[in-house]
Design a protein around this ligand. Structure first.
Ligand code: ADP
Ligand code: ASP
Ligand code: MG
Length: 421
């Protein structure tokens, strides 16, 4: 007997029929003798619908109340799943985050989990019940309901798996695993049987929303065996077949030594570029531009500063699109250096190649740049780490760039491709 955590995303919970299918799948695991904890998302579209209602009332809604509101989506889907399981003849009980409790900090709309009390869950499991715990939410130490950021049910599931020392955490979703890139953008994308935590972390943080970043961090930190697999297959496929399907997120050593140089391509449309023109090329300029931005809790991603010819230079950086306006307002008000103009653009996107094999191979980045040049795509900014290279480009070229790079690095083929031309 194993203790398994299942997570089902919004599409998987998207209708009563789908919820009944989830119940059938969970019942199958339960009947096979496993203890199962299920973490559902809200039904597809529900979180957006709720946040949309709030936006109709206020442009700057109180974040505490947003969490109060958004958390209801998962409460409803969890209760419906419990009812569907009971209709399957399986004893099931659902809990909200605060009933468990899942304790978080107080950062409304992007709270982080601090601890989870597994007592109540274990008690029910020992009575042969399936336990359902709402994804995406918790409660802070003052008793206020919090949510974990969009896509946060992945993190709830992995954190619960870590707290219960579960044997596995299975993330059931609307694709049958992690692909070399988003299959919606590149139909030739290939499913990976395995991917390392490091690569998955980069893919997630660079825009692949198949897993929320925090969930991968948690799984790596607490050694939770994590698998992404489809919830849309026939619910009665044998458990033994299902538990080896999809993509395993695993530690590097378990991957084949001949692992591909580039394992995947991630992209994010959620970028905005801000440029401060004509700032003096003197010590402290980067600090004086970025300090007020950091103080406002705005994350800065890529940064570029050119060398000066006449003693002044241009300084550019990127932020999330939703933060652009606020960042510009802050600079308008608080920038202490002389500048001619502050420009900002929303039509930027970031495309990244990711792979643990990259750090030991020269020429990967230049192959990326050549591929983009051949397609006539202008690179505005570049950033690199050991296992990734990212470029900022105009967003109208995003799909073209993803497909060209996917092809150039041979990601649609099984075999490892040389980086030499
Ligand atoms: P869920 O509702 O189950 O949490 P999400 O919509 O959050 O599902 O994540 C699954 C989606 O992630 C897929 O439908 C796919 O379009 C997208 N995606 C982005 N990058 C990848 C990738 N590299 N591999 C698989 N799916 C990806
Ligand atoms: N329902 C939440 C969202 O839409 C959490 C999740 O689905 O993971 O972001
Ligand atoms: Mg998701």
């Amino acid at each position: 007997m194993s203790l398994i955590v299942h997570k089902y995303g919004g599409t998987s919970m998207g209708s009563i029929e789908r919820i009944q299918n989830v119940a059938k799948r969970v019942a199958k695991w339960h009947r096979a003798g496993h203890q199962v904890v299920v973490v559902p998302s809200a039904m597809a579209g529900e979180t957006n619908r709720l946040l949309g209602l709030a936006a109709e009332i206020s442009e700057t809604p109180d974040r505490r109340e947003l969490d109060m509101l958004a958390a209801t989506g998962e409460q409803a889907s969890s209760a419906l799943l419990a009812l569907a399981l009971q209709a399957e003849g399986v004893a099931a009980r659902s809990y909200t985050g605060w009933q468990v409790p899942v304790i978080t900090d107080s950062a409304y709309t992007k709270a982080r989990i601090k601890s989870i009390d597994g007592t109540r869950i274990m008690h029910d499991l020992d009575q042969n019940k399936v336990v359902i715990v709402t994804g995406f939410q918790g409660i802070d130490e003052q008793g206020h309901i919090t949510t974990l950021g969009r896509g946060g049910s992945d993190t709830s599931a992995v954190a619960i798996a870590a707290a219960l020392k579960a044997d596995e955490c299975l993330i059931f979703t609307d694709v049958d695993g992690v692909y070399t890139t988003d299959p919606r953008v590149e139909p030739k994308a290939r499913r990976l049987d395995k991917i390392s935590f490091e690569e998955m972390l980069e893919m997630a943080s660079l825009g692949s929303k198949v897993l929320q970043i925090r969930s991968v961090e948690f799984a790596g930190k607490y050694n939770v065996p994590l698998r992404v697999l489809s919830s849309l297959t026939a619910p009665d496929i044998p458990v033994e077949q299902e538990r080896v399907s999809g993509t395993l997120i695993t530690i590097e050593e378990q991957l084949k030594m001949e692992a591909a140089i580039v394992s995947g391509i991630a992209f994010s449309r959620d970028e905005a570029k801000i440029t401060v023109l004509g700032v003096p090329d003197t010590p402290g300029v980067a600090f004086s531009i970025l300090e007020p931005i950091a103080k406002a809790n705005i994350d800065v991603d890529m940064i570029i500063q050119n060398q000066s010819v006449d003693g002044t230079t241009d300084f550019s950086f990127t932020v999330k699109r939703q933060d652009r306006q606020q960042a510009v307002q802050i600079l308008d008000k608080e920038l202490k250096v002389n500048t001619k103009t502050i420009l900002s653009e929303e039509n930027a996107c970031k495309v990244s190649i990711v792979g643990i094999g990259m750090h030991s191979h020269a020429g990967v980045a230049s192959k990326m740049f050549k591929t983009l040049a051949d397609e006539g795509v202008n690179i505005q900014m570049i950033s690199t780490s050991e296992i990734k290279t990212s470029v900022l480009i105009e967003d109208k070229y995003m799909e073209l760039a993803v497909r060209a790079l996917h092809n150039a690095f041979g990601l649609d083929k099984e075999d490892v491709v040389s980086i030499e031309d």
